[in-house]
Design a protein around this ligand. Sequence first.
Ligand code: 13P
Length: 250
Amino acid sequence: MNKKIIIANWKMNPLSAKEAIKIAKGTDLKGVILCAPTIYLKVIKKVIKKAKLGSQNVSVENPLSGVGAFTGEVSAKMLYDIGSRYTIVGHSERRAMGETNQIINKKIKVLIDTAITPVLCIGEIERDENHEYLNIVKHQIEECLFGLNKNLLSKIIIAYEPVWAIGKNALREATPAEFLEMKIFTKKVLVNIFGDKVEMPAMLYGGSVDEKNTRWFAIDGGADGFLVGRASLDPKKFKEIVKICETLNK
Ligand code: 13P
């Protein structure tokens, strides 16, 4: 069995560098990727020994095309330089702020050019009886990966995060069967785009992941790993999730 990939998405937390260092030290585990706010990456890099570093956003501008005037932006090259090797793109919270599939597509290409692994989030806002949500996810995959060389597909990670299952106000928890359905569907969409010989990217589950549901999403849902929000800020819970994944790795 492939090793599970566990990614912490701290979102806009915590409120101080001191607290960030504390969480990083408490979750510095092998096989884990910590996606912290950009401002904390440098201090976290200094204290982690086992975990890898990731970020939550990147500028769409290609840093290799020269220095430009993009106030407030952080380029992929800057992230690489600071030690970040993974970047979350297309998170539903950023999509809600206006990040389109076209922007995400550009970001994925910029990241790959910079040797940073894009973690592409896909997922519908709601489930409808007519299964329109499948079309929404299909379009996300097609448009976000548009023009990508099929040999590069294995260089990205996909995270299925149904918006209705994210956060403390989630409508309900998703089920492993719902994740598995989406994993099979995603594979079908990718084969349609890239052909049947394509190497599949790892597919993670995200949305209220905790120490109680991890095992079932991995075993019954076939998740290749997890994108963890709230529980990643709690070292005790996060360690438990990692421990469960380690037993499954064996
Ligand atoms: P929660 O685990 O807090 O529901 O967040 C999920 C998420 O959005 C991770 O990217």
